[in-house]
Design a protein around this ligand. Structure first.
Ligand code: ATP
Length: 286
C-alpha cells in the first residue's frame, strides 16, 4: 500500500420521520436520504507509528480511534478477524461539522470502502454496510450512498430510484443543535405534521423532481426552539424566493437546503445567502 485517497460525500434528508422510541433506547426512523457532491477527502497511508492515527484539517475533531474514521478502521479489522494495519488517516474537511449532513459517518464509511478495496474486497457492499452499524447509525447508508430509504435506527436500507439530477444549496446557521435534546422533545410533544415519505418515493419512481421537492419535510423542524426555527425558516424562505423547487432541514439540523433545477438560480441563491451566513455550500446530487 502506498497511499489511497477517497471522497466522503455528505448526505441530505429529503424526509425524516421519527416513528417512536424503542425499548433499547433508540428511535425507529423513516428517512429518505440523498448523497451530494459536497465531500470530505480522506488519504490513507501506511502508519509511521503503531496503531491508527487520524488527523484532520478541522483541528477540534478527535484524533485516533475516537474519530469515527479511526473507529471504522478498528471495526473493519475486527470484522475481518485480522490485526489492524498501522495507518495514518488524514481528513480534509469540506462537509460542515455537527450540521445534520453526516460528515463524520461519511468519513467512517469512506474508510470502510478504502480498506475493503485495499484488502481485496473481502466484503460485499451490503456486508460492509453491516460492518458500519458498529460505528454509527448513519454509517451503513453512507457506505452505499445515492438515494435510499433508511429505516430502523437508520441501518435498514432500501435503494430507491435516483433523484433526478439537480443543484443543491445548503446553509448552516451558526447556532448549535443538541440531538439528544431534540429527540427528547420529539418524545414529549405531539407531532403536528409528518412527511409523506411514500408520496415522495412514488415521485422518485416517476422521476418527478418537482413533486419530490414539494414533499420534502423533517419532523425535527416541529420541535426546534422558536428562535432557531425562525432562522431555519428564514433560510428556507430565501431559497424558495430564489427559485428552489423545495427546501428542507437535514438531520437534526441546523443545516437547511434547497433543490434547484437551474444552476444559475442555485448560484444566485448561494450568493444571496453568502452575504448573510458564513457556511453556505453549492453542490449537485450524485
Ligand atoms: P449526523 O447527520 O449523522 O447526525 P452531524 O452532521 O450532525 O451528523 P458530524 O459532523 O458527523 O455531525 O459530527 C458529529 C460528532 O462526531 C462531532 O461531535 C464530532 O466531534 C464527532 N466526530 C468524530 N469523528 C468525526 C469526523 N471524522 N468528522 C466529523 N465529526 C466527527
Amino acid at each position: 500500500m502506498d497511499e489511497f485517497t477517497i471522497q466522503a460525500p455528505a448526505k441530505l434528508n429529503l424526509t425524516l420521520d421519527v416513528l417512536g422510541r424503542r425499548e433499547d433506547g433508540y428511535h425507529d426512523l423513516k428517512m429518505v436520504m440523498q448523497s451530494i457532491t459536497l465531500a470530505d477527502r480522506l488519504t490513507l497511508r501506511p502508519g509511521r507509528a503503531p496503531g491508527i492515527q487520524v488527523s484532520s484539517s478541522f483541528h477540534f475533531l478527535p484524533t485516533g480511534e475516537k474519530n469515527l474514521a479511526g473507529k471504522a478502521a478498528v471495526c473493519f479489522y475486527q470484522a475481518l478477524g485480522r490485526p489492524a494495519r498501522d495507518l495514518d488517516i488524514s481528513i480534509t474537511k469540506h462537509v460542515p461539522v455537527c450540521a445534520g449532513m453526516a460528515g463524520g459517518s461519511s468519513d467512517a464509511a469512506a474508510v470502510l470502502r478504502a480498506l475493503n478495496r485495499l484488502e481485496g474486497d473481502p466484503f460485499s457492499p451490503e456486508e460492509l454496510a453491516h460492518v458500519g452499524e458498529a460505528v454509527g447509525s448513519d454509517v451503513p447508508y453512507c457506505v452505499l450512498g445515492c438515494t435510499a430509504l433508511a429505516q430502523g435506527r437508520g441501518e435498514v436500507l432500501t435503494p430507491l430510484s435516483p433523484l433526478p439530477h439537480c443543484w443543491v444549496v445548503a446553509c448552516k446557521p451558526d447556532f448549535p443543535v443538541s440531538t439528544p435534546e431534540l429527540f427528547a422533545r420529539i418524545d414529549s410533544c405531539r407531532i403536528r405534521r409528518r412527511p409523506d415519505a411514500d408520496g415522495l418515493m412514488a415521485a422518485l419512481e416517476q422521476g418527478d423532481l418537482m413533486e419530490v421537492a414539494r414533499r420534502m419535510y423533517n419532523v425535527f423542524e416541529d420541535v426546534l426552539p422558536e428562535r432557531q426555527l425562525a432562522r431555519v425558516a428564514d433560510i428556507k424562505n430565501t431559497l424558495i424566493q430564489q427559485g428552489a423547487l423545495g427546501a428542507n432541514m437535514s438531520g437534526t439540523g441546523p443545516t437547511a437546503f434547497g433543490l434547484f433545477s437551474s444552476q444559475s438560480q442555485a448560484q444566485a441563491a448561494y450568493d444571496v445567502l453568502k452575504q448573510r451566513y458564513q457556511e453556505v455550500f453549492l453542490a449537485e446530487t450524485v
